[in-house]
Design a protein around this ligand. Sequence first.
Ligand SMILES: Nc1ncnc2c1ncn2[C@@H]1O[C@H](COP(=O)(O)OP(=O)(O)OP(=O)(O)O)[C@@H](O)[C@H]1O
Length: 293
Amino acid sequence: MDQATKLRERVQTNQEISNARVIAITSGKGGVGKTTLSVNIALELARRGKKVVVFDADFGLANVEVMLGIRPQYNLLDLIHNNKSMTEIITQGPEGIGFISGGSGVSELATLDNASIKLLISELVKLDQMYDVVIIDTGAGITDSVMEFVMMSPEVVLVVTPEPTSITDSYSLLKVLRRKNSFNPLYKTIHVVANRVENEAEGAEIFHKIDTVSSKFLNTKLSFLGAVLQDKNASMAVIEQKPLVQAYPGTTATKGICQLVNRLSDDTVEESKKKEGIARVFIDFFRSKKRIR
Ligand SMILES: Nc1ncnc2c1ncn2[C@@H]1O[C@H](COP(=O)(O)OP(=O)(O)OP(=O)(O)O)[C@@H](O)[C@H]1O
């Protein structure tokens, strides 16, 4: 029996107990509101009774930390190299949400040795047992590490703004995704969020544009999760280092985020999600890199 089969069996055994729902939040272009949405969707899911952890795979700026007003002591590398356990590298954020900093660990994943891979997967199995939802903030663009997480996650939230470059970059991201051999649109849900729009109609129009191109040329159907309006309180919340939904409840962007989360929590959407778990996402990643068979 090869290593991947053994790991899969372990993950499958755990599936009956609990496997987390994995949602990767991504965008074609930077600065469109990915981190804002990751953090605030996490909080709203927690308010609906879910145990949520945010995994920051965006190793550029430490955005999530700033938005949550926390400073983690450890990151993914400490788990791999310094004998820290999954519990030790999770930092407690507001309202019970957990936070894991990828640090530069994410870019090292592709070169890990077998022992480290095994260790990492066994710790990720624990994460599946501890949390209902894992939100991955992937960073922007079509670089390898971003694409890998988007590829492997069963559910993706693509954030788009009205800027023409955001729309064309989203389309490029979908195109690269579609070209990858292991991409199967049947097993993936790609939700679109139109952020920083003037009104709902503008959001629907942006979705329509991307969905039309995607269905026609990429054979990939998208689902519209909703619109979040342009709201100056989003920037205020960053300055205050507080999540928007906590600092400014009832404001227009907060209302939009609540609606997105209502849709994500909708029973029919939830039920249709095969909860593959975060360990499985990483196993698929290592397989794609031929690190395990
Ligand atoms: N709905 C909104 N209305 C107004 N400003 C917003 C809104 N959403 C996000 N912003 C602002 O846009 C800026 C970028 O947001 P954020 O950091 O979440 O983007 P990002 O896509 O994660 O960026 P990066 O690619 O650098 O990681 C922040 O200043 C944030 O406050």
